[in-house]
Design a protein around this ligand. Structure first.
Ligand SMILES: Nc1nc2c(ncn2[C@@H]2O[C@H](COP(=O)(O)OP(=O)(O)OP(=O)(O)O)[C@@H](O)[C@H]2O)c(=O)[nH]1
Ligand SMILES: [Mg+2]
Length: 364
């Protein structure tokens, strides 16, 4: 399922620290570069006020929130596209995720080495963006050589693809990530079987010191301005604080937050931003007294959604009984909604909407 968000950035930006906070993970964290070599994979629960409100009226025995997957990828450095640092191996890890959260270091900490020696989030953002662009140029060039051979043999598909490869190459060579070209879904490189790093949706996470959470740094404002021009969302977080908070019980967490005058954790915001970036929707099921939130890509049909619950359900789908969560909440319960005739019957072509509560009717 396409729900994976990759944490990318320079070494020592705090990716693994953030990953641990998000996923209650135990990835190695250390003040020297390249601590992470093999990627770490974990899931984060999506904070969802609708789920809590539904629980009030469905009174389930158990509640299961939606999740998204985070992948903590090893640090990239200048020259990674031709093998510097941990190089190509890690760029291929970047290829394996659906969207990117680019973690840039905004915290100053003499004990934590910076591979470029100074704290400069805007520069770091550009260094990584350049690496991803250069890697894409590489991928495009290799593909061009392959398609050129086929085009010489008269392959019409290859001839048409070469025109697109030219357009993408010019954009990337001029420093424009593919995601900024505003391509429709079927004009995306991926629709032509080409996976490009800069085609992936991206958000920026600035990892600042605890003391800078309340007073935005000028550098953070510069990152925000840059990201706004590119249409990317920015989340400001103190990964170290979040990882410490994540280790505490709820009551202790609240005490610590009060002591530090931190109004809220940035993690729910970050997860929600990731959710939006991945273009996901949530639907709910209430079967067997379990209220469960499920995550599917926008545009999934009812049988495809049923297939995420159990693979066989996609084939065995007969129909779906659907109600929007807020309508159900207003009615006060499923039996009230049913008696008011508010449950709709939907067939195989129905496209699942965010907030649908669904009963699937499946055959044997
Ligand atoms: N002061 C401070 N230190 C932090 C913060 N976030 C991470 N660190 C420290 O920075 C160092 C590097 O953190 P990691 O999470 O290992 O960084 P990384 O980006 O995963 O690094 P690589 O795996 O080498 O790419 C560790 O010593 C962390 O404790 C922060 O918000 N503030
Ligand atoms: Mg790491």
């Amino acid at each position: 399922m396409a729900t994976t968000l990759g944490l990318v950035g320079l070494p020592n930006a705090g990716k693994s620290t953030l990953f641990n906070a998000l996923t209650a993970g135990h990835a190695a964290v250390a003040p020297y570069p390249f601590t992470t070599t093999d990627r770490n994979i974990g899931v984060a629960s999506v904070d969802d006020p609708r789920l809590a409100a539904l629980a009030q009226c469905v009174a389930p025995e158990r509640m299961v929130p939606a999740t998204i997957e985070f992948v903590d990828i090893a640090g990239l450095v200048r020259g990674a596209h031709h093998g510097e640092g941990l190089g190509n191996q890690f760029l291929s890890q970047v290829l394996s995720v659906e969207a990117l959260a680019h973690v840039v270091r905004g915290f100053d900490e003499p004990d934590v080495a910076h591979t470029l020696h100074t704290v400069d989030p805007v520069r770091d953002l550009e260094v990584i963006t350049t690496e991803l662009l250069l890697k894409d140029l590489d991928i495009l060039e290799r593909r061009r050589q392959k398609e050129q051979k086929a085009a010489k043999g008269g392959d019409q598909h290859a001839i048409a693809l070469l025109t697109r490869l030219d357009q993408w190459t010019s954009a990337v060579a001029a420093g424009t990530p593919i995601r900024q070209l505003g391509l429709s879904a079927d004009a995306q490189p991926r629709a032509c079987g080409i996976d490009l790093l800069t085609a992936k949706p991206l958000m920026v996470v600035v990892n600042v010191s605890e003391s800078d959470l309340t007073h935005p740094l000028p550098a953070v404002e510069q990152v925000q301005a840059l990201a706004a021009r590119e249409g990317s969302q920015v989340v400001v977080v103190c990964a170290k604080l979040e990882s410490e908070l994540a280790e505490l019980e709820l009551a202790d967490r609240e005490v610590m937050m009060r002591e530090l005058s931190v109004a809220e954790s940035a993690l729910p915001k970050l997860v929600r931003a990731g959710y939006a970036l991945l273009q996901l929707v949530t639907f709910y099921t209430t079967a067997s007294k379990i209220l469960q939130a499920w995550t599917v890509p926008q545009g999934f049909t009812a049988p495809q959604a049923a297939g995420t619950i159990h693979t066989d359900f996609a084939q065995q789908f007969i129909r779906a009984e659907v109600i929007q969560a807020d309508v159900l909440i207003r009615c006060g319960g499923e039996s009230q909604a049913r008696s008011q005739g508010l449950l709709r019957l939907e067939g195989k072509a129905y496209v699942v909407q965010d907030g649908d509560v669904i009963h699937f009717k499946v055959g044997a």
